[in-house]
Design a protein around this ligand. Structure first.
Ligand code: ZN
Length: 286
């Protein structure tokens, strides 16, 4: 099942994708909540109820509908660095023996087709295609063996990164370089875990103006999703709608000779097998 959040006249609403268009969940079954975050928090039975609504509801034309990020306001945007062997190598970093973790603030979240705004404060804004896991039922100290029961689904993510703010700042802290406004596009849809199947065997690509810059597989992840969920939940309570950016494969712009950084007028595309294409134009920001 593919779920999405769209902007209606009255605010954000959730819908499902069908061949003939989108089906509004709450309009079809008023016991379903308006937001995907609330839906995910109700657990697998509510997802089945949503699936039934999508099957029987009345579809509206997808054309011209403004998508929001599947979870427009996640409570947490947790990111994993250096999680592909080859990317760690191209960054000149040792292979980590436990996950490298940082975060983005929710103000960085953007949707499919929203612009990525290049901040005047940086001239080294780089791209990173990433698989994003979306938490359904929350939890603390989740064992790895049942961790995937807490993952409602997946979406494409773009971990936009200002290298000149990520590296070489005092303390080695990555946070600010990763969390400029618009640096966390996600979408276009949330694809439920049952439809994705093995999230550790998906082709993942990044295209810049149509040219392939990254092309790998999530089978190359050093720490797969179940391990990340277990590891993170030892520290923080995971909550419905929290998102985990799982790291990027090789081919980022900073590792190229000469380096490639995003420019106004570029078109950035993250494509992940079974999850679709997340496309964002790049513009000069303020
Ligand atoms: Zn990343």
């Amino acid at each position: 099942m593919k779920l999405l959040t769209y902007q209606s006249d009255t605010g954000p609403r959730s819908a499902g994708v069908r061949d003939d268009g989108y089906v509004d969940l709450n309009r079809t079954d008023e016991s379903l909540p308006l937001s995907l975050k609330a839906l995910l928090g109700r657990g697998p039975e509510a997802l089945q109820q949503a699936a039934a609504a999508i099957e029987r509801g009345e579809a509206f034309d997808a054309e011209g509908v403004r998508l929001l990020a599947p979870i427009p306001h996640p409570e947490k945007v947790i990111c994993i660095g250096l999680n592909y062997v080859d990317h760690a190598k191209e960054s000149g970093s040792p292979i980590p023996d436990e996950p490298v973790t940082f975060c983005k603030f929710p103000t960085a979240v953007r949707a499919h087709e929203d612009p990525i705004e290049l901040p005047p404060a940086s001239d080294q804004v780089d791209y990173e295609a990433e698989l994003v896991a979306v938490i359904g039922l929350g939890g603390k100290n989740i064992p790895e063996s049942s961790a995937l029961e807490h993952v409602a689904g997946y979406t494409c993510g773009h971990d936009v990164s200002a290298r000149d703010w990520q590296k070489g700042k005092p303390g080695g802290q990555w946070l600010l370089g990763k969390t400029f406004d618009s640096f966390a596009p996600m979408g276009p849809h949330l694809v439920t875990a049952d439809e994705v199947g093995d999230a550790g065997a998906l082709r993942i690509q990044f295209r810049l103006n149509g040219q392939t810059m990254q092309d790998s597989s999530t089978s190359q992840l050093i720490f797969p999703v179940a391990q990340l969920v277990a590891y993170l939940s030892r520290v923080v309570t995971l909550r419905p709608g929290d998102v985990i950016f799982t790291g990027t494969p090789p081919g980022v712009g900073a590792a190229r000779t000469p380096p490639v950084f995003l420019q106004p007028g570029d078109v950035a595309e993250v494509q992940i097998e079974k999850l679709g294409v997340l496309r964002n134009p790049v513009v000069a920001g303020k």
